[in-house]
Design a protein around this ligand. Structure first.
Ligand SMILES: Nc1nc2c(ncn2[C@@H]2O[C@H](COP(=O)(O)OP(=O)(O)OP(=O)(O)O)[C@@H](O)[C@H]2O)c(=O)[nH]1
Ligand SMILES: [Mg+2]
Length: 238
């Protein structure tokens, strides 16, 4: 099995080295060939350079250096296009760089992919847990997830989760120019498109650990864009 992992980064110098060490350890156990793609938006803290150094240390890491901060969704679009054009992985994994997503769950999710087109690591199904979130974060997250699910008509309990696996033909059949969001709302639009195209997904119970280092990039602008996308979905404009 050949695997590719796409990781968008913006100021993640504290977390990326440990994440990559653990990720490589896990995927080397199951993959014949593997490719890691870091999409860095000129992180002022030098994450892009650190990613290059990690490639010298481990190999198999491609770093896409972009000229500005163009957003999480735009980073995924570019990373997915790159990986499909350059490599031919059987599965493509997306995850955050902040080590909130546990690489040990990748083999477990892959084992369940038979008969499915994609998988979403969920913080809301039986067996999942979230470590390190306060009440405010839990409430905001629940409201955002519920709103997105209602507006998009999604049956997924955690539509904002950024830890997902796609079978390669799924990503090959997607016209990414149809996804308007360049920010965090990309996650929702992507699920809506998958649903529209009739792809089948499942949710996997995840252990989500809040970032211990670095800062969240989810700001007020992202929230506004998220609400706009939800309204467009509700009005069937997407
Ligand atoms: N390339 C790129 N990556 C981004 C951008 N915004 C966020 N990211 C990355 O996207 C991932 C998710 O961002 P986070 O800040 O962890 O967002 P979050 O998980 O909602 O927030 P926390 O739970 O507080 O960490 C991380 O790997 C970020 O570095 C961006 O504009 N460009
Ligand atoms: Mg995060």
């Amino acid at each position: 099995m050949n695997l590719a992992v796409v990781i968008p980064t913006y100021n993640e110098k504290e977390t990326l080295p440990n994440l990559l060490e653990e990720l490589l350890y896990e995927i080397k156990k199951i993959a014949e060939k593997f490719f890691i793609i870091i999409v860095d938006d000129s992180s002022p803290d030098g994450t892009g350079q650190i990613a290059e150094e990690l490639n010298i240390k481990y190999g198999n890491i491609s770093v896409i250096h972009r000229k500005g901060k163009f957003g999480l969704g735009s980073a995924y679009k570019e990373g997915f296009r790159f990986v499909l054009e350059k490599y031919d992985p059987d599965f493509i994994i997306q995850m955050d760089a902040d080590h909130s997503h546990d690489p040990k769950e990748i083999p477990k999710m892959l084992k369940n992919m038979l008969g499915y087109d994609f998988a979403v690591a969920s913080r809301h199904v039986l067996g999942s847990s979230v470590v390190g979130w306060g009440t405010y974060r839990k409430i905001v997250h629940s409201i955002a997830g519920t709103l997105a699910a209602i507006c998009g008509g999604l049956k997924i309990s955690d539509p904002t989760s950024g830890f997902r696996i796609f079978e390669k033909s799924v990503l090959r059949s997607i016209d990414f120019s149809k996804i308007k969001s360049d920010g965090f709302a990309f996650q929702i639009e992507m699920l809506c498109l998958l649903k529209k195209m009739g792809f089948r997904g499942f949710e996997f119970p995840t252990l989500f650990i809040n970032r211990k280092e670095g800062k969240s990039k989810m700001g007020i602008n992202e929230m506004i864009q998220f609400i706009k996308i939800c309204i467009s979905l509700l009005m069937r404009k997407i």
